[in-house]
Design a protein around this ligand. Sequence first.
Ligand code: NAP
Length: 315
Amino acid sequence: MSGSLEFDVIIIGGGPAGLCAAMYAGRGMLRAVLLERGITGGELLNTELIEDYPGFSSILGPELAQRMTEHAVKFGADIRQENVESIERGEDGVFDVITSLGSRYRAPTVILTAGGTPTKLGVPGEAEYAGRGVSYCAVCDGAFFKGETIAVVGGGDAAVEEADYLTRYAAKVYLIHRRHELRASKILQERLFANPKIEVIWNRRVLELVGGPTGLTAVELEDTVSGERSSLAVTGCFVFIGFQPNSGLIRGHFRHDASGYVITDDRMMTSIPGLFAAGDLRVQLTRQVTTAVGDATTAAIAVEKYLADRRAARD
Ligand code: NAP
């Protein structure tokens, strides 16, 4: 393990929340580091168009990601590509953040903005055909399905938005939903129903993903009302059924809900003093870019106050 690296705050995750927190930490003259395992941008990189970020009536997700990164760097963000493995608070109130490179970062505060990972269907064939027809990212894989017939699973904003997006490539998109009512916002539903290439298959759950040497060939379905089984011939199946918060990095007890989303107070502090959470992994009504940056703003300013109080208590 390499030597320890001391900071005022360690920001974990480089999505909108992490980049916004880094920008504020830089402006607050804090010694901050942002650790991101991949490229900065988070879920923005998996989103084609952003149309609900104030000031930008329409901007490409990756372009907004790049602008947010440049903005954070302009105010001094120290962004490092490292995969965090654990966060633990010592008895001295200082956190140890261990990365897979073997680095030990130390700071009295951490802002966790690590988002979540896509929920899997958990059915036979899903892992086998992942990357061979099964996908969790329309922007990444949509172009592989030009002129083909594909399925999208889910009924939330992500499924509905991505089904619409995928019609620019696919000849036909079936949206498979387990109920008879979509969870997605009304404006997205209107767009979906107006798209002649999309057909919604109501009240069906996926039992199995089947295929052969060329990849996926069909999804096996069950009617959630009648129990009747059917098979739908598709070469692609995009799964958008939510995601799981990456809160498993935290060592020790912290308050969370039944799905693992982190509970915070109104300053974004978790039940572990000095550990703040912002963005998609926090318990909240909705998960938008706007709410992620709002959380991060509060968290970064609360960190400054926490550090000042900590210093005052020691003087
Ligand atoms: P979500 O809102 O939680 O919706 C998940 C959908 O998947 C629901 O329709 C759910 O069905 C279905 N589902 C869950 N588990 C399933 C399973 N095992 N099998 C079949 N279907 C299953 O998740 P999301 O769409 O990923 O959105 C997450 C958050 O990001 C939301 O707050 C959303 O508003 C936000 N978001 C916003 C935008 C936008 O505004 N443009 C775009 C993407 C995401 P039920 O309805 O029956 O529970």
